[in-house]
Ligand binder design. Structure first.
Ligand code: NAD
Ligand code: TYD
Length: 338
């Protein structure tokens, strides 16, 4: 089988490729990635020499390059996106370009090439926000109500994927997952930022008031869920994937990280809030559990310990990121707040 993976040099995509090549060595994998600030081929060092792996540098908006690289593909697994909410507030147009137009170009090429499955990786953020303290959860029937330019652009891409299934009969599936954390997470997102800041002896910025809730999903659990959907998920179906059974606030997540790493809560800096900040995400992942037998393999504490160990053991990886352009971003995002 030939897989065409977009965004395979990013956080989740590289975890997916590393996992897939280990568990399905008979398959060929093309990693199609534009190598934006978030793409890093270092993530794939251990498999880059394998003959069944090929990297193609290209933009998903570039139809000719996509089409050429996609020929002969059985399954498309689409991760490539602009993925950080705070950056989408600074520069929304890049999000519409890559996430909406790029997805449409991929769908068009998949239609022309004639693939067996187009699997689209989406987010729970398309559903908007839940009330703090409520027992409500997002599920596959929740109406879309995105709030940030990021989630709006992902919602647009989900609609296009379903439109290509309904209009042209393209065989698709979609997963809407919660906040991932784990090895190779770019240190602009909360978990990676908190752990690397602490390893550098710096404080962790928590957006005010810190009571916001996210559902946290260990990246390898997410990758296993995608594997199951590709193997056994029904064509045309959507699955919500989450890693938690109960709410935990951002402040308490950061306190957990601080405590595991042996620091004190004085390392927390409450900073100004994000505009349009969704206050609560929670996922009902019973469909994928019942239909495909998936459940998370680690608790948040276990996943955090693994993640902290990984970042502690891979200082060169994240230190090289936290220089140059990253510092400019950090200054714009946090400079006036801290
Ligand atoms: P990431 O930002 O770490 O990686 C994105 C990858 O896409 C990078 O390698 C980048 O170079 C590539 N890319 C960006 N624009 C491209 C373009 N125009 N053409 C080709 N490649 C391009 O993202 P991630 O955190 O790994 O997220 C992967 C997917 O999962 C995204 O679709 C995201 O919306 C979704 N998702 C992520 C999370 C999360 O917590 N990280 C949660 C829910 C859903
Ligand atoms: P983030 O990792 O950016 O993911 P998303 O916005 O896609 O959920 O943020 C996770 C939560 O942590 C979110 O509620 C915003 C908050 N947050 C902070 O409190 N401080 C930070 O420095 C960042 C990046 C996020």
């Amino acid at each position: 089988m030939k897989l065409f993976v977009t965004g395979g040099a990013g956080f989740i995509g590289s975890n997916f490729i590393l996992y897939w090549m280990k568990h399905h060595p008979e398959d060929r994998v093309v990693n199609y990635d534009a190598l934006t600030y978030a793409g890093n081929l270092e993530n794939l060092r251990e498999i880059e020499h394998l003959p069944q792996y090929q990297f193609v540098k290209g933009d998903i908006c570039d139809r000719a390059t996509v089409l050429e690289a996609m020929r002969g593909t059985d399954v498309v697994v689409h991760f490539a996106a602009e993925s950080h909410v705070d950056r989408s507030i600074m520069h929304p147009s890049a999000f519409v370009h890559t996430n909406v137009l790029g997805t449409q170009v991929l769908l068009d090429c998949a239609k022309e090439v004639g693939i067996r499955r187009f699997h689209h990786i989406s987010t729970d953020e398309v559903f908007g926000t839940l009330e703090l303290g409520s027992a409500e959860k997002f599920n596959e029937q929740t109406p879309y109500a995105p709030h940030s330019p990021y989630s709006a652009s992902k919602a647009g891409s989900d609609h296009l994927v379903r439109a290509y299934a309904d209009t042209y009969g393209l065989p698709i599936s979609i997963t809407n997952c919660s906040n991932n954390y784990g090895p190779y997470q770019f240190p602009e997102k909360l978990m990676g930022l908190a752990i690397t800041n602490l390893l550098e002896g710096k404080k962790v910025p928590v957006y005010s008031p810190g009571s916001q809730v996210r559902d946290w999903l260990y990246v390898e659990d997410h990758v296993r869920a995608i594997e199951l959907v590709l193997q056994k998920g029904a064509e045309g179906s959507t699955y919500c994937i989450g890693g938690m059974n109960q709410d935990i606030s951002n402040l308490d997540v950061v306190k957990m990280i601080i405590s595991i790493m042996g620091f004190k809560d004085e390392m927390i800096e409450i900073v100004g809030d994000r505009p349009g900040h969704d206050v609560r995400y929670a996922i009902d992942w019973s469909k994928i559990h019942t239909e495909l037998g998936w459940s998370p393999s680690v608790t948040l504490e276990q996943g955090l310990k693994k993640t902290i160990d990984w970042f502690a053991d891979h200082q060169e990886w994240w230190q090289s990121i936290k220089t140059g352009a990253y510092l400019d971003y950090y200054e714009v995002q946090y400079g006036e707040r801290i």
